[in-house]
Design a protein around this ligand. Structure first.
Ligand code: CUA
Length: 145
């Protein structure tokens, strides 16, 4: 019992020290944001799809219980889309099954993940972190034409 508690304290100490000394942030979270001011902070004050070059898009999403904004985006087949996602309330997930798109969405941070949609189809985008009573309803779609 004493050994177990000592190990827990040691691990917690190592993690805390590493977080403070190295400034650890959650994976893929490169940019911070005030989670109470998401709707006033560009570009998340106008979430949606932006074309940045031929075949390259940026999609800005706000996750909040229990929806994603935008609810639907449409891109041509072959497009590379970089998703930037933040949360206006609690921890959410952002996952498009059968693609490499899967990230946590932590309040206070912007998650970024890219994917090239080669085949046409309608892709379901789901929240895969339990976030409350309506978690299973939290979804959006990506339509590839
Ligand atoms: Cu949002 Cu589960």
């Amino acid at each position: 019992m004493i050994f177990g508690v000592a190990m827990l304290v040691l691990f917690l100490g190592v993690i805390t020290t590493a977080a403070v000394v190295d400034g650890f942030v959650p994976p893929s979270h490169v940019q911070s944001i005030d989670p109470t001011k998401v709707s006033q902070t560009p570009p998340f004050d106008h979430p949606g799809l932006r074309k940045v070059a031929n075949g390259a898009y940026e999609a800005y999403y706000v996750a909040r219980i229990f929806s994603f904004t935008p609810a639907s985006i449409e891109v041509p087949a072959g497009s590379r889309v970089t998703f930037y996602v933040t949360s206006a309330d609690v921890e959410h997930g952002f996952s498009i099954p059968a693609t490499g798109v899967n990230t946590m969405v932590t309040p206070g941070w912007v998650s970024a993940v890219s994917h090239t949609f080669r085949e046409p189809g309608t892709f379901l985008l789901v929240c895969n972190e339990y976030c409350g009573a309506g978690h299973q309803l939290m979804a959006a779609k990506v339509v590839v034409k």
